[in-house]
Design a protein around this ligand. Structure first.
Ligand SMILES: [Zn+2]
Length: 138
């Protein structure tokens, strides 16, 4: 059977973190998903995609959108899943191009510790030969 999981769809933690935190939730609501929204008393409010109420707020610190009526918290990925009716992976691929346009700090190059030098193959073979000899002598 063919493996249906495309490895390019695997998401690393770092990308997930960036998707959740580096794309402004208000930008996603107003510009990307075009959810009805308004600013009242200086607060950004959006139409809750679950209960269709404006009893909502966004938190720029956590980058979450919250509905006080149905008590749901939405991160950018949640919102895309709900509004576009897509699954998690599709929501991630949908958001990914947006990430490229943000001023996210460059991804640190993975620090690769030098692994212990593997035993030289010649050494291993020699040892196995000796073991063989021992076995034969017994
Ligand atoms: Zn709601």
């Amino acid at each position: 059977m063919k493996n249906r999981h495309n490895t390019s769809k695997r998401i690393d933690r770092q990308s997930l973190f960036q998707l959740r935190n580096h794309i402004l939730i208000e930008h996603i609501i107003s510009e990307v998903l075009k959810i009805p929204h308004k600013t009242s008393e200086g607060h950004f409010r959006f139409l809750c995609p679950i209960c269709s109420e404006f009893d909502t707020a966004t938190n720029n610190k956590t980058n979450l959108a919250r509905c006080f009526r149905c008590n749901n918290n939405f991160n950018p990925i949640d919102l895309v899943m709900i509004v576009n009716r897509v699954n998690f992976l599709d929501a991630v691929s949908f958001l990914r191009p947006l990430l490229a346009n943000t001023h996210a700090p460059p991804r640190p190059s993975p620090s690769r510790d030098t692994p212990d030098q593997p035993e030289r193959i010649g050494v291993i073979i020699r040892r196995e030969k000796e073991d063989l000899k021992d076995a034969q002598n017994e």
